[in-house]
Design a protein around this ligand. Structure first.
Ligand code: PRP
Length: 186
């Protein structure tokens, strides 16, 4: 373990063990929800933050499923996302009308990204059934009426890193979610 690398973590918010338990539990909920559906299931991961959660979740799900990814960026994003979303990498599949789409995110913050994405998937890809699965939810920060269907942790408004989430592109590889020390970014 590189102690200097992890020295930026003030405290662990969700341990690897806690995340693993929640992923299993949420996977069971997802299986129940889609068990009787005739449609195919598409897990849609939003890069880059979702990559660790997506990998663990898809391994846990005992359902036939396909995966796809999009990379989105919020134009003008500083610490907070705006409603101006840019597609950096788009969907491979064009027609989603035959799919149950489960968006997989690392974090739901203001909701600007997902509010735009849900509308986009309906408008441009014909998606009809869209649900949201997120590792972390910061409900206090919400600006748009977006609700989590399958969520692992509801967390306070703190700067979190690890398990996919970055600070200046680092720390996505940490196997837990930690709070970043204030002195690192202030
Ligand atoms: C994060 C996260 C969501 C979005 C949530 O992505 O993965 O996509 O921000 O914020 P919102 O609810 O306020 O819109 P980010 O732009 O940090 O990119 P990354 O996943 O590549 O780190």
């Amino acid at each position: 373990m590189n102690l200097d690398y992890e020295n930026v973590v003030e405290r662990v918010l969700c341990s690897g063990e806690e995340i693993s338990e929640r992923v299993k539990s949420v996977a069971r909920d997802i299986e129940k929800y889609y068990a009787d559906s005739d449609k195919k299931l598409l897990l849609l991961g939003i890069l880059k933050g979702s990559v660790v959660f997506m990998a663990d979740l898809m391994k846990e799900l005992k359902l036939p499923l396909e995966v796809d990814f999009m990379k989105l960026s919020s134009y003008g994003k500083g610490a907070v996302s705006t409603g101006n979303i840019v597609i950096k990498a788009g969907l491979e599949k064009k027609d989603l009308s035959g799919y149950n789409v489960l968006i997989v995110e690392d974090i739901l913050d203001t909701g600007n990204t997902l509010y735009w994405l849900v509308d986009y998937l309906k408008r441009e890809h014909g998606a009809q059934d869209i649900k949201i699965c997120t590792l972390l939810d910061k409900p206090d920060r919400r600006e748009k009426p977006i609700f989590v269907d399958f969520g692992c942790f509801s967390i306070p408004d703190e700067f979190v890193i690890g398990y996919g989430l970055d600070y200046n592109e680092l720390y996505r590889d940490l196997p837990y979610v930690g709070v970043l020390k204030r002195e690192v970014y202030e």
